[in-house]
Design a protein around this ligand. Sequence first.
Ligand code: NAD
Length: 474
Amino acid sequence: MMIDRDFRMLIGGELVPGAAQLAVENPATGETFAEAPDASPTDLDAAVAAARGAFAGWRDTPIETRRKAIIALADRLIEEVEPMKRLLTREQGKPHKDAAEEVLGAANWLKAAASLDIPVTVNEDSAERYSETRYVPLGVVAAIAPWNYPLILASFKLGPALLAGNCVILKPSPFTPLTALKLGELAADIFPAGVLNVISGGDAVGPWLTSHAGIDKVSFTGSTATGKKVMAAASDTLKRVTLELGGNDPAIIMHDVDAEAIAQQIFWAAFGNAGQICIASKRIYVHKDVYEALRDALVAYARTVKVGDGAEQGTQIGPVNNPQQYDRMRDLIRDARAQGYVFLTGGEAEEVPGHFIPVTIIDNPPEQSRIVQEEQFGPVLPLLMFDNYEEALARANACEYGLGASVWGADEDAAWALAERIESGNVWVNETRHLSPFASFAGHKQSGLGVENGEDGLLEYLLPKTLTRKRAGR
Ligand code: NAD
């Protein structure tokens, strides 16, 4: 097979190859199809120096010019949607249709961030004194992204960080570096040299970034375990951090739902992107009155869904992205099998090339089972029965995570009342996963620290600076 080596890092406005290379696999075949640069500490130092050097100029560039540059990058992404989509499917595994949506979603998110304004608060404007709080950029931001949505989650960070006047070093996951590197290529002649840098590499690069003294802030999306390491590393120079971490989202299905009508929505809430979504529904709590009806409708629908290579027409669910995640799914399945839980669909991973896990639904395993208590982040789902709403709420809230949740019911007010009592940063009623670039997205508990999106998200890339003047002669 031809190995595609046409990938460069963006450092100080130059597209540079790495001295070493990192193999990138297609999860649908398990074959290496590309190589990406594997950054060295010298590459990282060069990126940090370039970003620091560019900071004063970018900070002092009028915000209208910064807006235009971000919009220009979004427009390039839209122009390149076809090749970007194909590349995203090859490195990530998701179906072409979902990949195209991600590329366009990233463009949409960049444009939305570009439309925000940086607030100024007047604290006092009296005869004696004038005082205002402005928001000023931090300096150099490290943006660290995971492999499930490499482009859109990078765009969550790039838009507000750059609009705020910071310089950025984007580091994608070693499993999905290619679309981020292409994004860097698209940006190379849009931003002044050093304003946006993209470096790829292996497991060492993240820790180098988070401990580098030349970086002022880390915006990280990934697992809770890594997020804790990021926070620890950042403490040395008191870097600011935004952490968007794991989740174990409950969905509560009320007694009055039309089970047939919502089954497909519940299915995709759990199995979209092969379950590899931070805000996927990962525990489905179903009222006993509708348990059987929903179970049967979900299973019937699951049998119609095509799992396969995301590049093939008609594929609805692609492979799991990487060997570690594939092994983790198989381990959870083996554990459930060993415990004697009932599999409604799936179960055994097929022995085929690529990291394919069949759609797996487990029938009412115990609350303390691993598949309920752990974040699976893949296409293995527990369906759980409950008797009354207080019990459902207690089970939903007994969790170290608090990222997303949903409540489904015909009585919208009753569903809303339950939603108000769920301990989570995002709760949806009769839908799920609806995000807006203008709405705060934050994880509670161990799902994160800080906010992305909207004005709150923009403020994470700014420092408050209060200026106060005593008025003369008073
Ligand atoms: P991960 O934590 O393994 O890796 C995320 C990124 O951090 C990658 O770029 C990785 O190379 C880098 N990294 C790894 N070790 C590092 C270290 N010690 N210091 C700095 N960087 C390091 O996560 P993943 O497996 O890529 O992603 C899956 C996880 O991400 C799931 O838990 C999922 O819920 C979570 N996630 C959260 C959100 C959100 O917005 N809250 C969104 C998507 C995914």
